[in-house]
Design a protein around this ligand. Sequence first.
Ligand code: UT7
Length: 326
Amino acid sequence: MTIPVGILGLGTFLPDKRLTNADLEKMVETTDEWIISRTGIRERRLAGKGVPTSELAVEAARRALKDAGLTPADIGLIIVATISPDMIFPATACIVQYKLGAECPAYDISAACSGFPFAMSAAHSYVASGMYERVLVIGAEVLSAFIDWTDRSTCVLFGDGAGAAIIAPAENGRLIIDTQLGSSGKHADLLKLPAGGSAMRASEETVRERLHFLKMDGKEIFKLAVRYMGDAVLKLLKTHNLNLDDIRLLIPHQANLRIISAVADRVGMPMERVFVNVDKYGNMSSAASIVALAEAAQCGKIKSGDYVVLVAFGAGLTWSASLIKW
Ligand code: UT7
């Protein structure tokens, strides 16, 4: 027997510091007009210098626990989705566990912008099988630490932030029905942080050549994002015998407003029923989906009984589509 699984609590943490397009105009050769017309991004948040991802993760987790009326002792497992961990190892989730004062097992998932849904899917399985009762799932990033602030083609796109959810036996709706996952390693080169791993060891040369920063083939990623996210939504709906009219809100990965509109177009969803907050935060990778879901719920865009589709896409490549009944 599988246990119906839901979202018991949600929390977000966005650092106070805002980096506007006007600020970026002073740093690289760009304009507010270019950034808005090509990406829809107006500002993004930045963690303070030296503030690690675990700090943002812990704040979001505390808020999700409060929202669910739980304490760290009630959590059976912590999963942190991130591509900007405090260190390559140990897992940021272990650092979060200690800072929260929890004593449960903890590990990280690296699935880039699909990180939160991948982690939620794992949590779903644990709870459905009865292996763990309550799982704290966090998507958190301090991407500003891995951005080349001299590269205008990437530095305008990303931001820092965190979101958390408590996944547990469903109590009052917010039912996670399904998460379908996909990956394509043949496209791994399109979006990566080349140096510092075992494939390209850190050296003076890698530092000099700025290979410890994120590199992206933006054009190719753009095309694949639209295709994979669009197809993932259609496949999810087909699996569950639903059509777009049944879906109250589509929450796509928040990377670029043009990608979001193209996905909406591809599946035939009117933009009034598509959630957008990329203008405020830029692309927060693993944190994007959970922050968007929490904000959509908070501002009343989804109500009890509504079907919501979360669709994500990122480096790996990875992609996912989740069906949630609020
Ligand atoms: O979640 C997955 C993670 N990433 C993404 O989803 C991002 C996917 N890609 C994109 O969002 C878009 O490809 C970008 C926003 C990165 C770029 O938009 P684009 O329409 O594909 O522009 P482009 O790369 O073709 O660049 C057009 C021009 C180039 O100049 P030339 O060669 O035409 O003279 C760039 O050098 O725009 C130039 N450019 C800029 N100009 C002003 C690139 N970045 C900037 C900038 N400001 N920040």
